[in-house]
Design a binder for this molecule. Structure first.
Ligand SMILES: Nc1nc2c(ncn2[C@@H]2O[C@H](COP(=O)(O)OP(=O)(O)OP(=O)(O)O)[C@@H](O)[C@H]2O)c(=O)[nH]1
Ligand SMILES: [Mg+2]
Length: 287
């Protein structure tokens, strides 16, 4: 394995299960080992994919050795911090390429409880296309205090009031979906690489007519590591919401024929997707 490159075997590795659990990481050394172990100990058959943006705290090294030792763990290391939304798009594209039946996404810092994963999957079994772990539906809880609590609550209340969609949670990443029900590209073509990705994604699920259900969760504030949310994200979030409210329909090209996905001429990985402009963009190295 080349220290500067992504493990080239990971993206082409065959899947060992029908369910992919996806985690984005940037400097999660305090929790990543426990998180991966908890996920793999769940009473479900699953693979775990981590997209790490070249963490500087040892997360990448730990993941490299875990991925080398366990076929259920896949790792894509990107050359720089390319954004949490961009990492999720790559996770979805990877799941589609390997033909997983369902995907689950969550944070790596234990704000989301791995024990909620089977509850989300059970909601899919009961007929939902998408299950969203929700802090704001009846029975949901949120440990934030002060400014973070105010911000999170008001952002989601505002989204609900402005968009008039039948969901209460727009901004957290704990979600599960049936890949054959979500049109290819609905997620992968979202034009946002940051935290705004989650809002657009939830809106696209509902506006695409998917059966979206909310499962109450208890969201915990991170107790290790530091927050990576830039203040500018708050302003970006407001603009994002205004744009979605005006659009009424998902913006842009929301389909992605998989035969248009190419190997990247720079990093060699199979994650080059066409942008709306027709240009190609590699979700793994941003070339
Ligand atoms: N690959 C990748 N992962 C990221 C990036 N930014 C954040 N993450 C990961 O995305 C998940 C959510 O990020 P957090 O920083 O926990 O965001 P948050 O939960 O909204 O806020 P805090 O917990 O207060 O930091 C965590 O697993 C992070 O490690 C990024 O640019 N690239
Ligand atoms: Mg967090």
């Amino acid at each position: 394995m080349n220290g500067n490159r992504i493990d080239p075997a990971a993206p082409r590795r065959a899947r060992t299960a029908d369910t992919l659990i996806f985690l984005p990481t940037y400097n999660e050394q305090a929790t990543i080992a426990r998180m991966v172990d908890c996920l793999l100990a769940l009473p479900i058959r699953c693979d775990v994919l981590v997209v790490d943006d070249r963490s500087t705290d040892g997360t990448t090294e730990w993941l490299r050795s875990r991925a080398a030792a366990d076929r259920r763990v896949g790792l894509i290391v990107r050359p720089a911090k390319l954004g949490v939304g961009s990492a999720h798009k790559l996770g979805w594209l990877h799941a589609r390429r390997l033909d997983y039946r369902q995907i689950v996404t969550l944070d790596a810092d234990f704000s989301h409880d791995p024990a909620d994963v089977p509850r989300l999957l059970a909601a899919l079994e009961r007929g939902a296309d998408v299950a969203i772990g929700s802090r704001f539906t009846s029975g949901g809880r949120l440990d934030y205090r002060g400014w973070r609590l105010f911000l999170s609550r008001s952002a989601n209340h505002l989204a609900r009031a402005v968009l008039r969609l039948p969901i209460a949670e727009y901004t957290t990443s704990l979600r599960a979906a049936k890949l054959d029900r979500v049109p290819p590209g609905l997620v992968e073509t979202i034009d946002n690489d940051g935290y705004g990705f989650f809002l657009i994604c939830a809106v696209r699920f509902v506006r695409a007519g998917l059966a979206v259900t909310e499962i109450p969760i208890h969201f915990r504030d991170r107790d290790h590591g530091i927050s990576k949310i830039p203040r500018l994200e708050i302003l970006r979030g407001a603009l994002n919401l205004a744009r979605l409210a005006l659009e009424r329909r998902p913006a842009g090209r929301a389909t992605l024929p998989l035969d248009r996905v190419r190997d990247c001429p720079k990093c060699g990985q199979p994650y080059c997707v066409p942008k709306a402009s027709g240009e190609m963009l590699c979700l793994a190295c941003a070339h």
